[in-house]
Design a protein around this ligand. Sequence first.
Ligand SMILES: Cc1cc2nc3c(=O)[nH]c(=O)nc-3n(C[C@H](O)[C@H](O)[C@H](O)COP(=O)(O)OP(=O)(O)OC[C@H]3O[C@@H](n4cnc5c(N)ncnc54)[C@H](O)[C@@H]3O)c2cc1C
Ligand code: SF4
Length: 481
Amino acid sequence: MTERMLRFVGLEQELPEKRPAAARARDFHEIYADYIADKAAAQAARCSQCGVPFCQVHCPLQNNIPDWLKLTAEGRLEEAYELSQATNNMSEVCGRICPQDRLCEGNCVIEQSGHGTVTIGAVEKYLTDTAWARGWVKPLKPIRLRDEHAGVVGAGPAGLAAAEELRRKGYRVTVYDRHDRAGGLLIYGIPNFKLEKDVVARRVKRLADGGVAFKLNFEIGRDASLADLRAKHDAVFIATGAYKPREIEAPGVGLKRIVAALDYLIASNKKGLGDAVPAFESGALDAKGKHVAVIGGGDTAMDCVRTAMRQGAKSVSCLYRRDRDNMPGSLREVANAEEEGIVFEWLTLPKAFLGRKNVEAVRIARMRLGMPDATGRKVPEEVKGSEFNLDADLAIKALGFDPEDQRALFAAPALKVTRWGTIETAPATGATSIDGVFAGGDVVRGASLVVWAIRDGRDAAAAIHKYLQARAPAARLEAAE
Ligand SMILES: Cc1cc2nc3c(=O)[nH]c(=O)nc-3n(C[C@H](O)[C@H](O)[C@H](O)COP(=O)(O)OP(=O)(O)OC[C@H]3O[C@@H](n4cnc5c(N)ncnc54)[C@H](O)[C@@H]3O)c2cc1C
Ligand code: SF4
């Protein structure tokens, strides 16, 4: 948020000069702890009801933002909540972690006219948190019970949204996940300072209380094949995410204390959840007292640098081969990280990792942006003779993720995948090349966003319902014969 906006919405305590250095690394829920009804109403009242709801168009769920802002401004909070949750299975999650600057808020006409966006995400979070606190969030109750059974593979936001929608329609639903907790990257990827884990856990509990069965520590490909699952269920939704980390090729990359971003974040999240994590306790995945270098420029890299700072690192540097304007991550995240004291080494490339057993330094070359490539993006090229060493006793690789080899993983040669390794699906329905098998979320889009995963889960649930309804009479006839 810009300084002007902070003053405008009454968050002066967040102005950099008002914050002592030790308190710079504050969490989302701390910043918005005083986001009370009159502040939400004041923000909501700033919506000009412009009649061209670009905010709504640019929300992947097409949330009816102007209408629930109007209700909030009028103090009709329960109605505002009802409207906001009608299109979103996890409004309080999206309110916290959507990159609003690229979606709804970035397209708010008030923002476009230079007066600072209506803080749509914060109002959305406030409405749903209030709904939970005041008991407005209703239990999940199927409209009517149906005989058909759907299997959902993956308990991330795509899988959870699909499970909720299918259960609401009355299907019997089982969600399978290889982890010991449901939530996917909401639990084990995104850090607690952006998204508190109990916010996710209460969503999962609501589904379980509503009759959705969870089979955890169950890996498709190890404990069952896709064919086993298809035989067991009338329809299957695959929402297994994208987990294959992109690798760095440089001498010394095999040294100890050079770790993958997700290993680092999972350890930190597990620790926060109270689990015993030997690799954290041994110091291998703990940044405390260390010089930390994070390589990458996306949101995962931002989560790593900000986690390292909170763990008490001696210094944290982010190495990215392009410049600030070309960062793939949200600029709001970069601004947060800068404010917390993270050093950004723009236009740098790790050439080698130095050390005996553990990494001790990263050898870095400076880059400059050269001619644009076929996509129009300027290609970084190395500046000769610019190399220097940066002290690092923990290096974190955060270069992004690709989907794993789904066909091999699921032992399903008939499952069509794209040349990027994502599962090929029909637009809007998520239908795959195998009858009765649907897919959505990161495993289809590649590494994307929570809000898109929710959208895919909702779309797939609607398509599965249609599929099961279309074949219901035939299936009944078959059963009767
Ligand atoms: C560090 C990090 C930070 C992020 N921050 C943000 C953010 O701030 N805002 C945002 O919008 N997005 C963010 N994202 C992206 C977002 O988390 C994902 O786009 C989203 O979670 C994708 O949802 P999904 O349901 O498709 O997959 P996931 O959330 O990845 O869930 C997939 C689930 O499938 C399970 N699974 C995988 N394979 C199998 C198998 N064979 N058998 C059984 N279970 C299996 C996994 O255990 C996992 O629980 C972030 C991602 C990362 C990595
Ligand atoms: S879901 Fe995300 S993009 Fe849509 S209104 Fe909420 S915060 Fe904005």
